[in-house]
Design a protein around this ligand. Structure first.
Ligand code: ADP
Length: 526
């Protein structure tokens, strides 16, 4: 090469590198690829070029530049073959560029039937990111031996630069796709999602959240403190309180809140949001539970009506029924039988009403926590009280008590006794004569345990999770054992309000064991 030609080449090479470095600022993959192809082919004077981009180890078929005019089906076949057996495949495997002086004499060059005879020499370089081949570029020329080692060196240097631009563009594309996914999820979920920074400033709100915040666009809320909205709607107050109080020992909060503006109830789940161990703020999810709450309010109202408004008429019916029998001159009149049917039915209804009232009273009145309850004495009272019932049904009552030295706890003694008696009552009720009822009570460092085991009818697995619900009764229980389905719900209500929990193990035909535990430290008054 003459010194002048060499100078000229160096100058063009530098100009090309300057242009390539411009590429680094571009993040749109299509634009970057188009420019790369144009620059490289122009720089070395190639007549045709191709570029195969790889993504996560396989060909990115969406961004394919071939030197032939092919349909997408044909291009898949051609590219696969070129990469398996052809020059681009050789370069990919060897991870280095090379030149083919004469394509007709090099077996790495595949000549396809429609290829014009003008393709004579070729040059191919890989774009390497470390050990990974990110792309391969092939250039062809009509002259045999056109490409020089200078071209190869220049393209290898350019390829190194382009790799950065390609990586950036690929990353940008991936981020854009991920952002789109996230946006789709956020817009399609019905729950409202609000992300707050550690100071309670809104950094993200999905469309459902915008509706609750009474905003039309993200701009109305992003960057504003949630506190601003809690002045308009008190439903956000508990959230603002948590952020303000910096309750660092907690990670997660679940509570209910209600907006009077929209007349809606929400279950709020709030969690801390962390990035690399640094606290970044809070994620708040609001789930609409208005229907559930409406039903619950409806149920409460029905219960109130049923209990209060039925009590007096039932007492009246009962009283008048007594008067009718008193005024009947004939002691053998069949009317006496009719009246006693009426009386029995009224009594059943009165029992139900009384039970409902009792449950509602238990639920709505705060626990009486002023006593330091002696759990050992309490369990013994329950055993004495219940022995009458087990004796009457000819059942064996066994007790296993390990309560010596149990610390006294702050608890509602009356309600605890009722809960224990409910469990024993059920055991007696659902166990045939001759069965065995075992009451166990014990404690450890943290908890007090109470359980009642029976050898009765048992409960099938599919019913077990519902028996603690109000009014739930296992279907097909023998008629003589009818109850109203409120006993266990009362037990659970009392136990959970003491910060304890209930449990059940049961097998049909073998028997059941119902139990609960209570913490040995005082519960919150609720
Ligand atoms: P009920 O007044 O119907 O007894 P509970 O709430 O006490 O109401 O119990 C709910 C249902 O759970 C009962 O109807 C019964 O089907 C089932 N159950 C409760 N305790 C037992 C038990 N010890 N053995 C078998 N079934 C039981």
């Amino acid at each position: 090469m003459s010194p002048n030609k060499e100078k000229q080449d160096t100058f063009e090479g530098l100009a090309l590198l300057a242009e390539v470095s411009q590429l680094l600022t571009d993040v749109e993959l299509d634009k970057v690829l188009n420019k790369v192809i144009r620059l490289i082919a122009g720089a070395v004077g190639a007549s045709k070029s191709s570029l195969f981009l790889s993504q996560d180890g396989s060909i990115d078929w969406e961004h394919l530049f071939t030197m032939r005019n092919l349909t997408s089906d044909e291009s898949v076949k051609v590219v696969t073959r070129v990469l398996d057996e052809g020059f681009a495949g050789w370069v990919t495997r060897h991870k280095r560029g090379d030149i083919i002086e004469d394509v007709t004499k090099d077996e790495r060059w595949i000549i396809f039937p429609d290829d014009p005879p003008s393709n004579r020499s070729a040059l191919c370089v890989p774009f390497l990111d470390g050990d990974e081949v990110l792309a391969v570029v092939t250039l062809v020329h009509e002259e045999v031996g056109y490409f020089t080692t200078y071209h190869l060196r220049l393209l290898t240097i350019i390829a190194n630069q382009v790799v950065i631009a390609l990586r950036n563009a690929q990353l940008f594309k991936r981020l854009t796709v991920q952002r789109k996914h996230l946006e789709t999820v956020l817009t399609s979920i019905s729950d409202a999602l609000i992300v707050l920074n550690p100071h309670g400033v809104i950094t993200l709100a999905n469309p459902s959240a915008l509706r609750i915040l009474n905003a039309t666009s993200e701009q109305d809320v992003i960057g504003k403190p949630l506190e601003l909205f809690s002045e308009r709607d008190r439903m956000f107050e508990p959230i603002v309180e948590i952020v303000r109080a910096e309750l660092h020992q907690n990670e997660r909060w679940t509570f209910e809140t209600r907006t009077e503006n929209l007349q809606k109830d929400y279950q709020v789940t709030m969690g801390k949001w962390r990035e690399h161990e640094r606290e970044n703020g809070f994620v708040v999810v609001l789930h609409d539970i208005t229907t559930l709450r409406d039903l619950s309010r409806f149920k409460d109202e029905m219960l109130r009506v049923a209990t209060h408004d039925l009590r007096s008429p039932l007492a009246l019916i009962s009283g008048y029924a007594d008067m009718v029998t008193m005024d009947l001159p004939d002691p053998h009149s069949p009317i006496h039988d009719y009246i006693s049917v009426i009386k029995r039915s009224v009594e059943r209804m009165q029992t139900l009403v009384e039970d409902l009232l009792r449950v509602e009273r238990v639920r709505s009145t705060p626990l009486e926590l002023h006593e330091r309850t002696d759990l050992e004495a309490l369990v013994k009272t329950v055993i004495v009280n219940m022995r009458l019932q087990t004796d009457a049904k000819k059942q064996k009552l066994e007790t296993v008590l390990e309560l010596k030295g149990v610390p006294r706890v702050v608890a509602d003694t009356v309600l605890l006794r009722q809960s224990m008696e409910n469990l024993v009552n059920n055991a007696v009720k659902y166990t045939p004569s001759g069965g065995i009822i075992t009451i166990r009570a014990s404690y450890d460092d943290e908890r007090f345990y109470f359980s009642v085991r029976d050898t009765g009818i048992g409960i099938a697995p599919e019913h077990q999770k519902y028996v603690f619900e109000s009014f739930y009764r296992v279907p097909d229980v023998p008629v003589s054992e009818k109850g109203n389905g409120l006993g266990l719900s009362l037990v659970r209500n009392v136990v959970t309000r003491h910060n304890g929990d209930v449990w059940l193990v049961s097998e049909v035909g073998k028997g059941s064991e119902f139990g609960f535990w209570l913490p040995l430290k005082p519960p919150n008054a609720s």
